[in-house]
Design a protein around this ligand. Sequence first.
Ligand SMILES: C[S@@+](CC[C@H](N)C(=O)[O-])C[C@H]1O[C@@H](n2cnc3c(N)ncnc32)[C@H](O)[C@@H]1O
Length: 267
Amino acid sequence: MFIQALKEQLGEAPLSPGEVAIVGAGPGDPGLLTLRALCLLNQADCLVYDRLVSPDVMALAPQAAQRFYVGKASRCHALTQDETNQLLVRLAVTGKRVVRLKGGDPFIFGRGGEEAEMLVDNGIPFRVVPGITSAQGCSAYAGFPLTHRDYAQGVTFVTGHARADGSLNLDWPALASRRHTLVFYMGLTNAELIRRELLANGVPSRLPVALIERGTTPQQRRVITTLDRLPDTIRDESLTPPTLIVVGEVVSLAARLDAGCLAEAVA
Ligand SMILES: C[S@@+](CC[C@H](N)C(=O)[O-])C[C@H]1O[C@@H](n2cnc3c(N)ncnc32)[C@H](O)[C@@H]1O
């Protein structure tokens, strides 16, 4: 009933047989799903989903929808990207309404662009629904903003994922600019390299760093450290993926804003 009213209110064309919707599922909390995502989820014959799509989001999908898990933990893929592409094409050409659910936003380190290109190449109609990316969700739920007039005039989302040859080819001098927040996705394995390069390019060793594991979910863990202690903290706290690394003065606001949120909650 609610979904039907929502569909009418949004006025979006229904998902057609043979169409694919590439949908951002947000970072985990089902409350961060967009209304468009919820509507499309409810029209799916088939759901093709990644490891980062939370069980609470999956629970909002219709029971009758067929589920295809395509995985993707680091170096441990249930299906290769090619196999995932082929699956999407196969389901679409057999007339299914396909929802391709991706953690966070499909176009931010989500390979959504590659999947969209492949759908174009195969003449399959598709639409894309953005999601809240983990940097946004995790920072808000960890209690600090990504930009702030006094602390950071910009924010950069950076991949911490190395190429097959182990290199992380980033413009370190540019990343080291002052009053700027850096958010490293997939950065745990290369934390030592991140620390070394930032220090070598003049970033202060005492700059605060937040590590947010499973952000926005009931299992969220937030650990605050400093740049010089980044790899040690990851090891000491046994942090595991998915974890975001946020580097910048904005992190220092966490304690203050936490106190404010708490005061409001108990008032
Ligand atoms: C392949 S990228 C996918 C990013 C996703 N498309 C997005 O917009 O958030 C996976 C990385 O995103 C980060 N990530 C995704 N969800 C997260 C969460 N709930 N908590 C912390 N980090 C998360 C982690 O750094 C993880 O290694």
